[in-house]
Design a protein around this ligand. Structure first.
Ligand code: ARG
Length: 573
């Protein structure tokens, strides 16, 4: 209903002289549908007008007479409740959808470049639930920003550098089997890493070897580098399978090692601006001014760190890639790290530091368990996604035994279940992942939304009006001349659809895809209620036309929401 706030504010302004912007900010949606469509609380005017809010509500309600959009105004205690003229509102909402008046796209971004750092798993380590969340949330946020006219760079900041590679190389030489690693890279390399730690307990000299090996790597030893590159290749091939399943794409694959030759410049800049101090032999930037612990730039042995690479990466994204906004979709536990990075950037004098955002998220537990990488016992997320697909397949085969292309649909639904389950909750909250709940076709799930979309498609198919991207808006016109009443289920659905554009803008401003997920669930619920209450195909002509137009609008709204969230939208399930 936010869709109508501006119009209503203009009308009320003529009666009350109150600033339309103030009115718009005061409007609320009444908690109970029978109380009208939009409510104005009158407390705010009490002081200035020297009247009780109840009296003000009475006064406004009695002044407002029926005019186009407003059917009537009723005072209810300190509120004025407005009932909209359903017929007019309905036409406007359907036109919004057909003409995309801010529903699916907008252009606040005006081609500015945003770099979104997402997924960013570590080479030779399992793809964790945190990386899955980052991938899914990062993709949705990238899609949202792109819908608002931003030029979005999707950057995979792979963890492909650091002292652990010294350990893995030592372990590989001692116990590694090239064929095993090639066939099952992450599990095998991770097992070697775990074995290194076990063996190092009894043979501490292994630690020295690992340090020396990493030093050799840093100094550019070709043999070690070749092994390291191979490990990256085999790991990436395994990650790629996951990305293909999820439908994830990147514009840039730039691992941490990419910044190896770009860190001297960062250190030099910090020195030049007098920001580096020595503490316990290490070089750090003090962050006392904002009461944070120092940011570690260079260790006592000269090695650069995660933070140094992130500073180099931020400058690269800004200066070389032209990004004016930097988003980092990374778990809550790295909050301090990003506070430090952003503050160092502002100490360096970069204004874009104010447009750097840590898009944090909570933890996800798998069937109540935290995923553990200790002792090499790892739940492979790829297996979880595959399991979701096979459960989806079982449900589909039962529901619709004659469906073509079951494989494709099962994958769309299984993957959709995993993605939607992640995105439907505010990203900052911890969540429990239960495969059974996520794959259910009823409840607040991806399959439920996808199924509702397919249901709308099926109605349109039967009516013979399903043509991609063509909406039967003319149908409304024929209906309008004949009919006056709009029943509650129809009105209910129209109201949900009317929230699409405001919801999308808010989801972008708050970098919160769950707003889209919740909205599309509401649309689906409203559509299913409408579908059960109002016969579509068997209704008499003008009503049938209207209902089909509404069904089509619902279909495109659901589809657009699924696309934003990164889910597929099969037309038949
Ligand atoms: N590889 C890191 C990890 O798994 C995440 C990297 C996030 N991005 C960044 N620019 N620091 O913890």
């Amino acid at each position: 209903m936010q869709r109508f706030y501006t119009q209503l504010a203009q009308v009320l302004h003529t009666y009350t002289q109150v600033d339309p912007n103030l009115l718009t900010s005061l409007f609320e949606i009444p908690p109970d549908k029978s109380l009208g469509d939009i409510a104005l609380p009158c407390f705010r005017f009490s002081k200035e007008w020297k009247k009780a809010p109840q009296a003000i509500a009475q006064e406004i309600a009695s002044q407002v007479t029926h005019e186009s959009l407003i059917e009537r105004a009723v005072a209810q205690g300190p509120y004025v409740n407005f009932y909209l003229t359903r017929k007019i509102a309905l036409t406007e909402v359907l036109d919004d959808v057909v003409q995309d008046r801010g529903v699916f796209t907008s252009n606040r971004g005006n081609s500015q470049t945003v770099a979104v750092d997402l997924s960013s798993p570590n080479i030779a380590k399992p793809f964790s639930m945190g990386h899955l969340r980052s991938t899914v949330i990062g993709t949705a946020i990238s899609n949202l920003l792109a819908s608002d006219g931003y030029n979005v760079l999707r950057i995979n900041h792979l963890g492909d550098w650091g002292t652990q590679f010294g350990k893995i190389i030592v372990a590989y030489h001692a116990w590694g089997d090239p064929v095993l690693v090639q066939n099952n890279p992450i599990t095998q390399l991770n097992a070697l890493y775990v074995k290194f730690h076990e063996e190092a307990l009894a043979h501490p000299e292994l630690e020295d070897q690992a340090r020396a090996t990493f030093k050799r790597l840093e100094d550019g030893n070709e043999e070690d580098l070749a092994l390291w590159r191979w490990m990256i290749d085999v790991s990436l091939a395994e990650f790629a399978r996951m990305y293909t399943l999820l439908g994830t794409t990147f514009t840039h694959n730039l691992g941490e090692s990419f910044y190896n030759d770009k860190m001297d410049a960062v250190v030099a800049e910090l020195l030049q601006k007098n920001l580096l101090v020595t503490s316990d032999g290490a070089e750090v930037v003090m962050l006392d001014d904002i009461s944070l612990p120092p940011c570690l730039i260079r260790r006592s042995d000269g090695a650069t760190l995660y933070a140094t690479r992130d500073l180099a990466a931020a400058l690269y994204r800004h200066k070389e890639l032209g990004a004016s906004h930097l988003y980092y979709v990374v778990g809550n536990e790295q909050k301090l790290h990003f506070q430090q990075i952003f503050h160092v950037l502002s100490l360096l004098g970069y204004d874009f530091a104010a447009s750097c955002y840590h898009i944090a998220f909570g933890m996800m537990r798998l069937d109540g368990r935290k995923m553990s990488t200790r002792k090499g016992q790892v739940v492979r997320l790829e297996d979880v996604v595959q399991e979701a697909i096979s459960r989806a397949r079982a449900i589909i085969e039962e529901k619709n035994p004659t469906l073509h292309d079951v494989e494709h649909v099962a994958q769309a639904i299984g993957v959709g279940a995993v993605i939607f389950n992640d995105l439907k909750t505010n990203r900052l909250h911890d969540i429990d992942f239960s495969l059974t709940n996520a794959v259910a076709f009823d409840g607040e799930t991806g399959p439920y939304v996808q199924y509702t979309h397919a249901r709308a498609c099926s109605v349109l198919r039967k009516a013979n009006v399903l043509q991609e991207d063509v909406s039967p808006s003319s149908m409304v016109t024929s209906w309008q001349n004949n009919h006056s009443d709009i029943d509650d289920p129809t009105w209910n659905l129209i109201k949900e659809i009317s929230k699409a554009s405001a919801t999308r803008l808010r989801a972008i401003d708050e970098a919160d895809p769950s707003l889209i997920a919740k909205h599309v669930l509401d649309v689906c619920q409203a559509f299913n209620y409408f579908y059960h209450e109002c016969p579509i195909l068997t209704a008499e002509a003008p009503v049938r036309a209207l209902r089909l137009a509404l069904t089509d609008a619902t279909r495109v709204i659901i589809r657009a929401s699924l696309v934003l969230l990164g889910l597929q939208h099969p037309a038949e399930i």
